[in-house]
Design a protein. Structure first.
Length: 502
């Protein structure tokens, strides 16, 4: 007779909690999973009837970790309605602040949230490089944990210099930004980025960014690992060695569908090359490694398994036709989460750094997906190395600001007319969208789809699981009383349940 354990509840509340995972386990393998967002917040409903600009102040409070991307999405929706042309300097300043926020989140999530599990004595012993992991990742005491806290505190100073504060800055407005830093402040930002880059290359990569970017296949990745001691002992090198030893590269395969909204608009005059959608981080949808252009009309939210009343158009609707009417039915019927189910062309899709790498067709990650599909190790590796893409571009745009500081940073927007606008961007955790309708000078509709809503979504009306529900299926667990493997899978998506908004 198989050993079956039903309804095991896994609280995973390390970052902005309110996530519960319920799983069934048969003979040490997860056979069913339900992802439950446990809190309704009502941001979208409280926006109805408010002034046009209220979203710039209220919606960044959706999250204290990625507040800047919520501001950028809210502003982007209004910029679409006004059809204003944003000056290059405003684009550079917004991009620099967004990249600083993303880099801080990536590094803190990797070391303080994900690798902290490597230092858990009840899960790993000496066979799993435990002594080294404990010295690095012991919460608030490990050498890597302390180092990351110090260094990431410095990189967000870029946001404070550009925007006046972090989090919840308000320097982005329709038409551009409210001000531009003085030359000595831009120089200060440049020094911060250079110092952070030097630390990142030495401690995180163990090599130059140029050397890391030369790694294009899984075979070359293993060769890079054995190339030098600095590679093996770097955070990336240790993460790979530990993950392979612990079998993290064998768990967490999800839907193998990937979505990126694209981010970091390219200024008209710059040496940085534009990608799909005219942005540095391209937009697109991929099935496996086959990438197609993003069509935002194919985005919908399904509420068949969520505690909401259906919109007039039925169980599934595009955000411009959606509603957020809570129906607190408890654990009855098919509904089991406050999170809705975002879908692209009726398909679930994961989002985040790995999705960005796949959509951009980065050779290393395309090769890893081709070999074994998405898994917890490759998903987390994409997050750790994403700053290697961003840091060189930050220095380019800072240098361009230095040479063009007297150019405009704001295009006057006197009135925002009635209309519909969508602000779509890549936050640290992936695809973020704000859909706004203005009628009679007031907000008549506001819908938000966050990255965690994509990744944590419950089943839809076709009974398709959300990405991390699907990724949990088939996961082998050593100890049903300590489901560390399930934690590795879910945290590889970097959950932030407060950001599920609804």
């Amino acid at each position: 007779m198989p050993n079956i354990i039903k309804g095991v509840n896994i609280p995973l509340n390390r970052v902005e909690g309110d996530l519960e995972i319920r799983v069934d386990i048969s003979d040490g393998v997860i056979t069913e999973a339900q992802s439950c967002g446990t809190m309704y917040r009502g941001f979208e409903e409280l926006m109805i009837g408010r002034g046009v600009l209220d979203g710039l102040v209220i919606t960044p409070r959706v999250c204290g970790i990625c507040s800047l991307t919520h501001l950028a999405a809210a502003v982007g929706a209004l910029n679409m309605i006004t059809n204003v042309v944003i000056p290059d300097n405003a684009i550079r300043l917004c991009n620099l602040a967004l990249m600083a926020e993303m880099i801080q989140s990536d590094m803190r999530q990797a070391v303080l949230m994900y690798m902290a599990d490597f230092a858990n004595p009840s899960s790993y012993g000496s066979d799993f490089l435990f002594d080294d992991a404990f010295s690095r990742y012991e919460p608030l005491k490990g050498s890597s944990a302390i180092d990351v806290i110090k260094e990431t505190k410095r990189i967000v100073e870029v946001i404070a210099i550009i925007g006046g504060q972090w989090p919840h800055t308000s320097f982005m407005v329709p038409g551009g930004v409210t001000s531009i830093p003085e030359i000595h402040k831009i120089l200060q930002c440049n020094m911060i980025v250079k110092n952070f880059t030097a630390w990142y290359e030495k401690r995180v990569l163990g090599c130059s960014i140029e050397r890391w970017n030369a790694v294009t296949t899984l075979k070359e990745l293993y060769e890079w690992l054995e190339e030098s001691q600095s590679h093996r002992e770097s955070e990336v090198g240790f993460f790979i060695r530990f993950s392979i030893n612990a079998g993290i590269d064998k768990i967490g395969r999800g839907t193998d569908n990937f979505i990126s909204f694209g981010s970091l608009t390219i200024p008209e005059s710059t040496s940085v090359r534009a990608k799909a959608g005219g942005r540095f981080i391209p937009s697109g949808f991929a099935r496996g490694i086959l990438v197609e252009p993003l069509d935002q009309s194919k985005i919908s939210e399904d509420i068949s398994h969520s505690w909401y009343l259906p919109p007039p158009s039925g169980q599934s609707a595009h955000p411009f036709k959606g509603t957020t009417k809570p129906y607190a039915s408890g654990n009855s019927g098919e509904q089991y989460s406050w999170t809705k189910s975002p879908r692209y062309n009726s398909l679930p899709a994961e989002t985040g750094p790995l999705a960005e790498m796949v959509v951009e067709e980065i050779p290393l990650f395309q090769d890893m997906i081709k070999n074994s599909g998405a898994n917890a190790m490759v998903r987390q590796l994409a997050r750790v190395v994403r700053p290697a893409k961003l840091l060189p571009v930050m220095q380019i745009w800072l240098n361009e600001l230095m040479h063009n500081r007297k150019a405009p940073f704001y295009k006057s927007v006197k009135d925002i007319p009635d209309g519909d606008g969508a602000g779509m961007i890549e936050a640290a955790r992936g695809a973020l969208g704000h859909w706004v309708s203005i009628k009679n000078g007031k907000i008549s509709l506001y819908q938000i789809i966050t990255p965690t809503a994509w990744n944590s979504s419950p089943k839809d009306s076709n009974n398709l699981r959300g990405p991390w529900e699907e990724a949990l299926i088939g996961t082998h667990v050593r100890n049903p009383d300590n489901l560390i493997e399930a934690g590795h899978v879910v945290r590889s998506f970097d959950p932030c349940m407060v950001c599920s908004v609804h």
